[in-house]
Design a protein around this ligand. Structure first.
Ligand SMILES: *Cc1c(COP(=O)(O)O)cnc(C)c1O
Length: 228
């Protein structure tokens, strides 16, 4: 596995998918999901120009991020956040992309405010309404957006993140990506400043996500190879 070559190939695939859907490829950010990866692999990605990273666990990130201080990297938390890890998460990450309840939103807001931060956040939507998955249900999204808006002095709502149900055929993810896009449009119909970010698409389905309007694709395997 050559991380640099993988990244170059992915950028070419991004360019082609953007072209097919008449989108500007620079509107699509590549997030490298480095969970389970060695520092060496992350450094290889860094050498190839990769600056946006996602980690799932606060503890794992706490061990890695100090090696990338002042490197110009941007780290997002994309895994579920427990309330006892909120402070550490805010200290470590530029953005928390996986918020899904009013309770945790309020906690994040309170700690961010204490640390004099205005923290970018995403709301994670359980777009497939799968009982075993985290994320707010689509029917409850509107009230969570309202809660986030009421805390706007300490958190900055950027958009939505989803992990659709897994299918063998990436094409089968399309309706879920489209539904997420429509949810964002629906939210924006009632807003003065629209939410611009959609974090959707992973290794096996990112091209479909690009065709459906994603702005951040989160790739682990495609960049770093299969996880141990
Ligand atoms: C692991 C993970 C990814 C990356 O998955 P790949 O299939 O390896 O690209 C993306 N998003 C989240 C939330 C993840 O946990």
């Amino acid at each position: 596995m050559n991380v640099r070559e993988n990244i170059a190939r992915i950028h070419e695939r991004i360019r082609q998918a953007a072209h097919r859907s008449r989108r500007d490829p620079t509107e699509i950010r590549l997030m490298a999901v480095s969970k389970g990866c060695s520092l060496k692999s992350i450094e290889e990605a860094y050498e190839a120009g990769q600056r946006l990273y996602g980690e799932n666990r606060v503890q794992e990130a706490a061990a890695k991020l100090p090696f990338f201080q002042n490197s110009g990297c941007e780290w997002h938390l994309i895994g579920h956040l427990q309330s006892n890890k909120v402070r550490r998460a805010i200290e470590l990450f530029h953005s928390i992309d996986s918020l899904d309840s009013e309770k945790i939103l309020r906690k994040v807001s309170a700690v961010a405010s204490e640390l004099q931060r205005r923290l970018p956040i995403f709301l994670e939507v359980n777009i497939g309404e799968e009982p075993q998955k985290t994320g707010v249900l689509p029917a409850q999204l509107k009230s969570l957006v309202a809660a986030a808006d009421s805390l706007a002095s300490s958190i900055e709502l950027m958009g939505l993140m989803v992990i659709p149900p897994f299918f063998d055929q990436p094409e089968q993810s399309r309706p879920y990506f489209r539904a997420t896009r429509l949810l964002l449009d629906e939210i924006n119909r009632h807003r003065a400043t629209p939410l611009t970010q959609l974090s959707m698409g992973m290794t096996h389905d990112f091209e479909v996500a690009i065709e459906e309007g994603t702005t951040i694709i989160r790739l682990g395997t495609a960049i770093f190879g299969p996880r141990a």
